[in-house]
Design a protein. Structure first.
Length: 317
């Protein structure tokens, strides 16, 4: 990474000569929230939030789905508060997996809020003779290199979560990449592979039908999206956590007053009971933090997962 020391992202909020007066008339034109692929978690969340933000900000808030190009688009946009990015950890982890990434997560963005998280679940094929994380680790240690796990794609949450699991548990499990979550799950259901880390919503129907067995949720705390399921950390691997997280950003050097306004308006929407319920029904946990908290989280994840990516030699597509 170009700046693993990580100068706090929040430093970009303080620009000499810029004060509240700069943002008194903001916004005066439509605002765009750039997200990933249409139908993805961040795209869904943005479309739930946009009508509420349109009402509170007094200008239309438009959702613009551009896939991975959303990140570069916002990185190069004018720092005027009219281009927002709602995107996953790819924003700050892709530079570890690709050479010459056209954006720098520290230099090019100012944080607004950690908007949402999507917990994952570690599932195994029912034929695997394990019922919890301790038994899985013990089995893997007794059969080094003989077990395998499916992953949606290199650099995906399932991939990084599995590599983190391997590293922390000190086990050797072979990764088998597939093109997308559906293929990876189908491979697991058919018994071609023995385990996978999947988003709860995708795995839940197969767990309910008995085609898969869920061992634990990968969040630090038990998740209401997976009721009754313990955590990986609490059942055999203390300190483990792997969730899909989505941050809201603007281009660096956006005036502080605008960042503060956007944070207030966005968090106000995220903490509303009706919005949280809509997110929950889609398998998403609404969050809502300060810019400083998002900056600290990104810094921590770059250090923690950057090391995992380098050690495993993961390269993104």
């Amino acid at each position: 990474m170009r700046n693993l020391g990580f100068v706090a992202l929040s430093c970009s909020l303080s620009i000499p000569g810029v004060g509240p007066a700069y943002a008194q008339d903001y916004p005066i034109k439509p605002i765009r929230i750039f997200t990933g692929e249409p139908g993805g978690g961040n795209d869904f969340a943005a479309r739930v939030m946009s009508p509420e933000l349109t009402r509170s900000l007094g200008r239309q808030v438009i959702v613009d789905s551009r896939g991975i190009f959303a990140i570069e688009t916002v990185a190069k946009a004018p720092p005027d508060g009219y281009s927002l990015l709602l995107y996953a950890a790819s924003t700050w982890l892709t530079p570890f997996m690709r050479d010459n990434t056209p954006w720098d997560p520290v230099r090019d963005f100012a944080p607004i809020t950690l908007a949402m998280r999507i917990p994952n679940v570690l599932v195994v094929h029912p034929s695997l003779p394990v019922r919890n994380i301790r038994e899985l680790i013990a089995l893997a240690k007794s059969k080094p290199g003989q077990l395998n796990f499916s992953l949606a794609s290199p650099g995906s949450v399932s991939s990084l979560g599995a590599e983190l699991f391997k590293s922390m548990a000190g086990i050797n499990i072979v990764r088998v990449p597939y093109k997308g979550t559906a293929q990876a799950l189908n491979s697991l259901i058919s018994g071609e592979v023995q385990m996978m880390i999947s988003v709860v919503s995708a795995a839940a129907p197969h767990v309910k039908s008995g085609r898969l067995r869920a061992l634990a949720v990968t969040s630090a705390q038990p998740s209401p999206l997976a009721p009754g399921l313990p955590t990986v950390a609490g059942t055999g691997l203390p300190g483990y956590e792997s969730v899909s997280t989505y941050g809201m950003f603007v281009p660096s050097k956006t005036p502080e007053a605008i960042v503060v306004r956007l944070n207030q308006e966005i968090v106000r929407v995220l903490i509303r009971a009706d919005i949280r319920e809509k997110f929950f029904n889609a398998g998403i946990e609404a969050v809502g933090t300060s810019p400083e908290e998002l900056a600290a989280y990104v810094k921590s994840e770059m250090a923690r997962m950057g090391r995992v990516i380098r050690d495993a030699g993961i390269r993104g597509e």
